[in-house]
Write a protein that binds this ligand. Structure first.
Ligand SMILES: Nc1ncnc2c1ncn2[C@@H]1O[C@H](COP(=O)(O)OP(=O)(O)OP(=O)(O)O)[C@@H](O)[C@H]1O
Length: 480
C-alpha cells in the first residue's frame, strides 16, 4: 500500500473538468498527481520529472498523444495508460503496440480508472522485485526468466514471436494468438503469463468450443444460487477467478454472438455481474485469446464482432506451423524423445540420419502435438537406443512429403484439384470413400472406445478436444 500511495501520476487531458476529476479520484486513493491540458506542457513536465505512471488522452490539442508517450518512454520505461474516445480507438491500439500499458475508453467509471492505475503500480513493483532478485536467480538458474524458457526451439522464424511476447509481457494489452492446431497457442499464453508481472496471479484457461452455449455466461461470469434450474449453489466464474492474472480464451471464434457482446462490455468496463446477480463485480485481468481459424474472415462473415476483434487483437501473435520453423522440428523431436524415454524408462538417445530426414521432410499437419504423439508411440512400442526409418513408417504411409520446407508437392496439389466431389464418385474408383467419412468413423469409434470421454478420445487420436467438438458441431449442422 505504502508504495502505491507514494506514486506520482501525470494526467494529460485537455478537458479541464475531466482532468480535475481523474486527479481527485487518484488523490483520494493517496496518489500524487499533476494535470496537463496540452502536449507541450506535458513534455516540459516530463523533462522536469518523469512520473511513475502516465495517464493520457491520445487526442491532444497541439501534438499527438503518441509523441508524449514516446518522449516519456525514451526517458524511462514507465507504464502509460491511454485514454481514448470510441472514435480514436485505432490510435489507442497503435499506442498499445508501441508499448502502452493499458487503454480505457471514455466514458469510464472511477473503478475502471483505479483498477488500471493500481495494476500499473503492481507492474512497477513486480519489475523492481525482479531487478532486486535477478542476481540471485541468475546464479541459481543460470539465466533470468523470459518467454523463451517455456518454449523448446529457437528458430529465426520464432525469434519475432518471442520479441513480440516479451514486449507484450510488460503491458496489460490483450493478445490474440493465431496458428494451426497444435502449434503451441496455449503454451504461448502460459509463457506470456509467466513472464509478466502477473505471474504470481492465476492463469485460467477456458476452451470456448467445449462449453455448451447455454452455460457459457455462467462459466465466464459465474452465477448466483438459484439463477437458473440447476444452479444449486453460487459459482465463481473464470473472469473472477482470473483476477490479478490472465484469462486465456481458447477457440474464441466459437463464442456465441450474444456472449461476445457481454465480453466486449466486460473489456470496456472491467466490470460484470454474475448470472442472476445484482452486484457489479470488478476484475483486473489480461485477456489472451486464440484460434486456429482466420478471425478476420469470421469478422467479414459476421460470425465474430468487429469491435470485439479490435479490442482483443491489440497485440496479434501469429505462430508459424512446425513445418515452417526450420530446424526446430529436429530440436523438438530430440527434446520429446528424451522426455518420453525418461518417462517410460527406455534408453532412446538419438535418430538415425535417415529417420532425421523423414522428420524434416514430413509436413506435420498436426504440428507439435502430432510430433509429440508420434515419438511417444515409438518410445512405448520399441526398445532401442535410436529411432530408425522403420519406426517412422506410419508417417510415410500417411503423408504428402514436402519438396522444400513449406510447400506441398505440386503433383499432390494437382491431383487434389482434379478430383470431383467425393459424393459423385469417379468411375472405376467407387471403393474410395470420402476422407471426411473415414475421419468421422475414426472419431466416433475412438469416442465409443473411450466410453464417451471426448478429451481422452482426442488424446488417443492426437488432436485437441476442441478439434473434436468443432467437428461434431459441423456434422450436426450438416457440414463436413
Ligand atoms: N515450443 C514448444 N515446446 C515444447 N512443447 C510444446 C511447444 N509448443 C507446443 N508444445 C506442446 O504441444 C502440445 C500442443 O500445444 P498447445 O496445446 O499449446 O497447442 P494449440 O495450438 O493450443 O492447439 P489447439 O489449437 O489444438 O488447441 C502441448 O502438449 C504442448 O505442451
Amino acid at each position: 500500500m505504502a508504495i502505491e500511495t507514494e506514486k506520482l501520476v501525470y494526467v494529460v487531458e485537455d478537458s479541464v473538468s475531466s482532468g480535475a476529476l481523474y486527479c481527485s479520484y487518484l488523490e483520494q486513493a493517496g496518489y500524487q498527481t499533476r494535470h496537463f491540458t496540452d502536449g507541450h506542457s506535458a513534455l516540459l513536465g516530463i523533462k522536469e520529472q518523469v512520473p511513475d505512471v502516465l495517464l493520457q488522452d491520445v487526442c491532444l490539442p497541439d501534438i499527438s498523444g503518441l509523441e508524449v508517450m514516446r518522449f516519456a518512454k525514451e526517458r524511462s520505461d514507465i507504464p502509460v495508460i491511454i485514454i481514448t474516445a470510441n472514435s480514436s480507438i485505432e490510435i489507442a491500439v497503435d499506442a498499445m503496440r508501441l508499448g502502452g500499458f493499458d487503454f480505457i475508453e471514455k466514458p469510464f467509471s472511477k473503478d475502471r480508472l483505479m483498477t488500471s492505475v493500481k495494476s500499473a503500480c503492481e507492474q512497477i513493483r513486480a519489475e523492481q522485485t525482479k531487478q532486486l532478485n535477478q542476481p540471485r536467480s541468475v546464479a541459481s538458474s543460470g539465466k533470468p526468466k523470459t518467454v523463451r524458457d517455456h518454449f523448446v526451439g529457437d528458430s529465426v522464424e520464432m525469434a519475432s514471436v518471442f520479441q513480440l511476447l516479451e514486449s507484450a509481457a510488460r503491458s496489460k494489452a490483450s493478445v490474440f494468438v493465431t496458428g494451426e492446431s497444435g502449434t503451441g497457442k496455449e503454451v504461448c499464453a502460459q509463457a506470456l503469463h509467466n513472464a509478466s508481472a502477473r505471474a504470481a496471479g492465476p492463469f485460467i484457461a477456458i476452451n470456448c468450443a467445449a462449453i455448451p452455449s447455454e452455460l457459457f455466461e455462467s462459466e465466464i461470469f459465474g452465477h448466483e444460487k438459484g439463477a437458473f434450474s440447476g444452479a444449486v449453489s453460487q459459482r465463481i466464474g473464470a473472469a473472477e477467478q482470473a483476477n490479478g492474472g490472465t484469462l486465456f480464451l481458447d477457440e474464441i471464434c466459437e463464442m456465441d454472438l450474444n456472449l461476445q457482446a457481454k465480453l466486449l462490455r466486460f473489456l470496456q468496463t472491467a466490470s460484470f455481474q454474475r448470472v442472476g446477480g445484482q452486484k457489479l463485480m470488478h476484475s483486473d485481468i489480461r485477456i489472451v485469446c486464440a484460434t486456429n481459424r482466420d478471425p478476420a474472415s469470421d469478422v467479414a462473415e459476421g460470425r465474430f464482432r468487429e469491435d470485439l476483434y479490435y479490442r482483443l487483437n491489440v497485440i496479434p501473435v501469429q505462430l508459424p506451423p512446425l513445418r515452417a520453423r526450420g530446424n526446430d522440428v529436429v530440436v523438438l523431436a530430440q527434446y520429446f524423445l528424451r522426455e518420453k524415454s525418461a518417462a517410460n524408462s527406455k534408453h532412446f538417445e538419438r535418430f538415425t540420419p535417415e529417420a532425421e530426414l523423414i522428420i524434416k521432410k514430413y509436413s506435420w499437419p498436426g504440428n507439435i502435438r502430432e510430433l509429440q504423439n508420434v515419438l511417444e508411440k515409438i518410445v512405448v512400442l520399441h526398445d532401442s537406443d535410436k529411432v530408425d526409418e522403420s519406426m517412422l513408417s506410419s508417417l510415410n504411409d500417411n503423408i504428402i512429403p514436402l519438396r522444400n520446407n513449406n510447400t506441398v508437392s505440386s503433383a499432390a496439389i494437382d491431383s487434389r484439384n482434379n478430383l470431383q466431389s467425393p459424393q459423385s464418385g469417379i468411375q472405376g474408383f467407387q471403393n474410395i470413400r470420402p476422407l471426411w467419412q473415414i475421419e468421422k468413423e475414426a472419431i466416433e469409434s475412438a469416442i465409443a472406445q473411450c466410453d464417451g470421454n471426448i478429451p481422452l478420445a482426442a488424446a488417443c487420436l492426437g488432436v485437441s478436444a476442441s478439434t473434436i467438438y468443432r467437428k461434431i458441431k459441423a456434422w450436426e449442422s450438416g457440414q463436413h
